[in-house]
Design a protein around this ligand. Structure first.
Ligand code: FAD
Length: 564
């Protein structure tokens, strides 16, 4: 039998939103708990994310005038998950996710607010909603973390105004789409930042935390308030079984091996395998490359592999939370393309110069379409976002801000002919990127004619409220469909990246890891991207990865507490 170096009721592996929620739930249930985190920063992908959580029937919807029901949410998820997800797991999510949100607010002051205008990704499908189900973290202020601030994974510069000032989802929409009052908002954000002299002496980055920073920051703050320990530089290397159950973990802490007992349960919250090229090649559709990932490159599938060694079943290993991405020169995570695809005056084409997808569609769907088209034509990896000077002026283009804010001369030199390409005419641009010029010209002519009529007969761009979320409301007749006609012309190189992988250990409605025969591995739980997604192949709405990660963390620890 093992010699334990330390002993806790619960050990949580990984410090993303799922892991931290599990730790707080354990604290509230009176269980002792330790979080082990492999990297030198806590927060994982969750810390660099948008921080949105998709919570059907959340307790703010009714008051905001958009009541939701189990029946609608279930109908919507049934259609989207196509029978591939366990019914009890879907039920657990719909019935209990909202309770997790209330619990975090009431018990730990970790706060989320419903976003009325952020639509489900398939709002036109039965049970879909035009907004309200997605919640975002309320503002949080970095000074509340004290010294621990230095240990939080910092935000991606692209999610900050000028790499400094924080925006929440509502601000970002207002600024990008120039909603009513956006100038005033811009000035307010600037003013608050530049007049915060005492904080700027400490950090270039805003004291105000938003998005994933606010989510992870407020969860960590609650842990600090209740003395819940978190060890950095401590990676799971193995699960330890004893007497037919998982009894603890072996970790490497600053290079030293240690055995930590988990008297009542181990919660794996160690993310997916997006940073592991060998696993990508084994499981994901080809071609695939870690460099296309929008995630921070920290998750190598350790939790999944540890579970596999104990005979756990896996599901959905071929799927990702796909997101088209632009790879930057010099390494680091790729930039996710969330916004610009929906704006009028751009199109995505393959090497024949042909469109193959509704550019404004949900990012995961766009990536599925890239692979489908690549299978047929061999010409979609990479593919290209094409636009003209008018588009370039007003809208972002991957990592490049609108020319109004970032003119061509302010783009890093080394990005030209790597990240993006530019030419005075479309045939010249086609030659530079190796795309068929005649095909590109013919497609552009078709797009321009459709833009005139405002109807995308090819792929229906702009036909639903989600497409139009990042459209240009001042652009008529279709806020998502515009002409490409005024040079110079631009092409952004687009790869089928992802926010994270979504296949992993098969878990039941209580997040207990199961074997192929459906039996439970006692003492072992999996949440977040190391578990098989409750969403199956789909992405129901903004927050469909973090919402489930946190909800199943809450349910996992509830099960642990009931059996402790
Ligand atoms: P993570 O948050 O990545 O946490 C896993 C942690 O485990 C990491 O800290 C890692 O270092 C650690 N770890 C790995 N191996 C070990 C080991 N062996 N031992 C110990 N620790 C280990 N999703 C949404 O729902 N809403 C959004 O708004 C949203 N926006 C996004 C924006 C961007 C730019 C990106 C990249 C992603 C976004 N996502 C969003 C996706 C979401 O962030 C991830 O799916 C989610 O964070 C996964 O959570 P997790 O807890 O499984 O993994």
């Amino acid at each position: 039998s093992e010699k334990w170096d330390q002993s806790y009721d619960v050990v949580v592996v990984g410090s993303g939103a799922g892991g931290l929620t599990a730790a707080l739930t354990a604290q509230a249930k009176g269980l002792s708990v330790l979080v082990v985190e492999k990297s030198d920063k806590y927060g994982g992908t969750s810390a660099v994310s948008g921080g949105g959580i998709w919570i059907p029937c959340n307790d703010q919807m009714e008051g905001l005038g958009c009541p939701d029901s189990y029946v609608e949410a279930r109908q919507y998820l049934d259609i989207l998950t196509e029978g591939e997800v366990d019914s009890e797991r879907l039920d657990a999510y719909i019935h209990r996710a909202k309770e997790m949100v209330t619990f975090l607010r009431e018990r730990f002051n970790v706060r989320f607010r419903s976003i009325p205008i952020y639509p489900d990704y398939f709002p036109h499908k039965p049970g879909g909603k035009p907004g309200f189900r997605t919640m975002e973290p309320e503002n949080f202020y970095a000074d509340q973390l004290g010294e621990e601030y230095a240990n939080q994974r910092p935000p991606y510069p692209a999610t900050l105004l000028m790499g400094r000032m924080a925006m929440n989802q509502v601000d970002a929409h207002a600024l990008l789409c120039k909603d009513k009052g956006w100038v005033w908002l811009f000035l307010k954000v600037m003013w608050n930042y530049w007049t915060d002299f005492s904080w700027r002496r400490k950090s270039k980055i805003d004291r105000r935390m938003t998005l994933g920073q606010a989510m992870v920051g407020s969860l960590r703050k609650a842990m600090l308030d209740h003395d819940v320990p978190l060890w950095l530089n401590t990676g799971l290397t193995d699960l330890i079984e004893q007497g037919g159950r998982v009894a603890g973990v072996r970790v490497s802490r600053n290079g030293q091996s240690m055995n930590i007992e988990a008297r009542h349960g181990v919660v794996l919250a160690s993310g997916g395998f997006e940073a592991n090229q060998a696993m990508r090649e084994k499981y994901l559709p080809a071609p695939t490359d870690t460099r296309w990932s929008v995630a921070p490159g920290i998750n190598h599938g350790d939790g999944i592999n540890a579970g596999l060694k104990l005979g756990a079943a896996t599901r959905f290993m071929h799927l990702t939370w796909g997101c088209p991405s632009a790879v930057l020169t010099g390494g680091g995570p790729a930039t996710g393309m969330f916004v610009e695809r929906a704006a009028p005056g751009c199109m995505m084409v393959n090497s024949q110069g042909q469109r193959f997808v509704n550019e404004a569609g949900p990012y995961t769907e766009v990536v599925y379409s890239i692979y489908e088209d690549h299978q047929k034509t061999g010409g979609s990896v990479p593919c290209w976002l094409i636009c003209d000077a008018r588009f370039r002026k007003k809208f972002p283009l991957g990592p490049i801000m609108p020319a109004q804010l970032q003119p061509d001369r302010a783009i890093p030199k080394e990005w030209e002919n790597e990240v993006y390409y530019k030419a005075d005419s479309l045939p010249e641009l086609a030659a530079k990127i190796g795309v068929d010029a005649d095909g590109l010209l013919a497609q552009t002519a078709r797009l321009n004619a459709m833009a005139e009529r405002g109807v995308d007969e090819e792929f229906h761009k702009g036909e639903n409220v989600f497409d139009r979320y990042y459209g240009d409301p001042t652009h008529k007749p279709n806020p998502c469909l515009g002409k490409i006609e005024k040079g110079p012309f631009y092409a952004l190189r687009v790869t089928p990246g992802e926010l994270g992988t979504k296949g992993g250990l098969d878990a039941d409605a209580r997040a207990r890891v199961v074997r192929e025969d459906g039996s439970v591995i006692d003492g072992l739980y999996a949440v977040g991207n190391c578990s098989a997604a409750v969403m199956g192949k789909t992405y129901a709405g903004p927050g469909s990865t973090l919402g489930p990660a946190m909800a199943f963390a809450y349910l996992a620890v509830e099960d642990i507490a009931e059996n402790a």
